[in-house]
Design a protein around this ligand. Structure first.
Ligand SMILES: Cc1cc2nc3c(=O)[nH]c(=O)nc-3n(C[C@H](O)[C@H](O)[C@H](O)COP(=O)(O)OP(=O)(O)OC[C@H]3O[C@@H](n4cnc5c(N)ncnc54)[C@H](O)[C@@H]3O)c2cc1C
Length: 483
């Protein structure tokens, strides 16, 4: 890859992967610093997980109604689309990385006529975000069990309520916006159930309160959710978890139990709650495929390691947003701005990004607080039964995973996957992978070898014909065709 903007006459070409808050901010900052930018987003619309859209024909229903900072999104969207140095490739996925090349696939998801092309930028910003993580429990494969993110997506982009009577459960601040959105689209939210107890929540959120004062918008957002909970009379219970879903053909009720500080269920605390949907989320897990393929180092919690410039361990590869830690939209925006500016050849101390650097410091503390207060504890494995399905695609149970691990004592991730088939189905371990790994590691008493389940040589699904490179069309925007 080439040297910095200041040392060269032709503008540096920066590719930004991901059009969520971090990617939008990165693309604009890179263009403003003089770079030529290609923004690659697999969805049709920009905005990522946070700013989801009603279909265009339903614009009149008020896109802003269920969003915080919708005007910020409109401003970013307009500036990105109108900037002379930004080329937007929507409905385009990075499906493979062989630096400096990014392999792209453009077209409607899984359509037969997608176009393959290759981009060779000078620098890359990885802003691929995260998806929500749900721990398995008996009955979680029943219709009517949703992730919080899915419920949120239905509410924001379709105004559909996933149920009439809904329990929201898991861990983390995300439970609050999920409950708020459900109430807005007409569900009765029976209760919100947070697995962590008061001492742990306090140990994450109470230290250094002045840092929270530096983020008045977040505090206001939190008060908004609390007011909404009170208005809709939604109880918020702590130290409890949904440990089973029951029903004939779909969810009719859930069992909730008190859990200890490690999330082990406490015998005798069972209670049943009637509902027709349950939304369960235990935090987020980063979308790492592109970062791993680019060789970026990860920390112990599996987030991409970045420095003050948002540079990763791979030369000319930067990262921003939830791939680097779960800190919320403000941190994603600030990191995106720094990453874009520095990928374009700027320095981390430049005055153009001093505000973003200050915000990184403020909102960076949120990621640490969220992990300290709400991070997954190992006791969840105690609410599984032997026949609880962990890998839903291949229908592999907790008992099968544990027995194979005990019988083989193999520390090879690959061999455990091949002998159980866990993680080999259509989702490629995106849903079950970390849970399956943790179950096997508990049996083995140590970590698995050969990397982690997020290492996927092909980053997004591609048809065999596309892989064989039979497409004869040229990419409409890059003008290049794969050989
Ligand atoms: C399901 C879900 C719902 C959420 N809802 C809320 C909420 O209501 N309120 C809240 O405060 N926070 C919410 N969050 C957290 C929120 O996502 C973040 O705070 C913020 O959106 C993170 O921004 P980001 O740019 O890092 O990632 P994202 O917003 O996730 O954006 C990443 C983008 O990268 C694209 N992408 C990924 N891989 C590729 C690839 N290979 N090629 C091309 N494009 C790719 C994705 O399509 C996506 O648009 C939610 C998170 C999730 C996972």
């Amino acid at each position: 890859m080439s040297s910095t903007q200041t040392e060269q006459s032709t503008p540096r070409h920066v590719a930004v992967v991901g059009g969520g808050p971090a990617g939008l901010a990165a693309a604009l900052a890179a263009a403003e610093a003089g770079a030529r930018v290609t923004l690659i987003e697999s969805s049709l619309e920009l905005g990522g997980q946070y700013w989801r859209h009603l279909p265009k024909e339903r614009d009149g229903e008020g896109q802003a109604a269920m969003h915080h900072g919708w005007s910020t999104f409109l401003d970013l969207d307009r500036r990105v689309r109108s900037h002379a140095r930004i080329t937007l490739l929507s409905e385009t996925s990075v499906w493979a990385v062989g630096l400096p090349a990014l392999e792209l696939l453009t077209g409607t998801s899984d359509a037969a006529d997608r176009v393959r092309s290759t981009l060779e930028p000078d620098a890359v910003v990885v802003a691929t975000g995260a998806h929500d993580r749900t721990l398995p429990f008996p009955g979680w494969d029943l219709p009517g069990v949703y992730t919080g993110g899915a419920a949120q997506a239905f509410a924001k982009s379709e105004r559909i309520a996933v149920g009439d009577t809904v329990v929201v459960a898991g861990a983390g601040p995300f439970l609050l916006p999920v409950a708020a959105s459900l109430a807005q689209v007409g569900s009765k939210v029976v209760e919100v159930v947070e697995a962590n107890r008061i001492p742990r929540l306090a140990s994450g959120w109470l230290p250094k309160p002045w840092q929270l004062a530096g983020a008045p918008g977040k505090v206001q957002e939190l008060f908004g959710y609390v007011a909404g909970q009170l208005r809709h009379r939604i109880p918020y219970r702590v130290g409890e978890a949904v440990v089973e879903a029951h029903g004939e053909g779909r969810v009719e009720r859930v069992t909730i139990m008190s859990v200890d500080a490690q999330w082990r269920p406490i015998a005798g605390s069972e209670r049943e709650v009637a509902c027709d949907a349950v939304c369960v989320t235990h935090g987020f897990t980063p979308r790492l495929e592109v970062a791993i393929a680019a060789g970026c180092a990860l920390d112990d919690s599996r987030f991409v390691v970045i420095d003050e410039s948002c540079a990763t361990s791979t030369s000319d590869v930067y990262a921003a947003g939830e791939v680097t830690g779960i800190g919320g939209v403000d941190l994603s925006l600030a990191e995106g701005r720094v990453a874009g500016h520095c990928a374009a050849g700027g320095a981390s101390s430049d005055p153009q990004i001093s505000t973003a650097q200050r915000k990184r410091a403020i909102f960076g503390s949120f990621a640490a607080r969220i992990e300290a207060a709400h991070g997954v504890r190992p006791g969840w494995q105690a609410w599984l039964r032997d026949d609880t399905i962990v890998c839903r695609c291949e229908e592999v149970t907790a008992g099968q995973l544990r027995r194979k691990a005990a019988a083989t004592r193999s520390h090879s991730l690959r061999s455990q996957k091949l002998s159980t088939r866990a993680g080999l189905g259509i989702c490629q371990a995106r849903i079950c992978g970390r849970s399956a790994e943790e179950l096997i590691e508990t049996v083995l008493g140590r970590g698995l070898d050969e990397g982690i389940v997020d290492r996927r040589p092909i980053q997004t699904p591609i048809r065999l014909a596309e892989l064989a490179g039979t497409s004869e069309e040229q990419h409409p925007l890059t003008g290049r065709q794969h050989p």
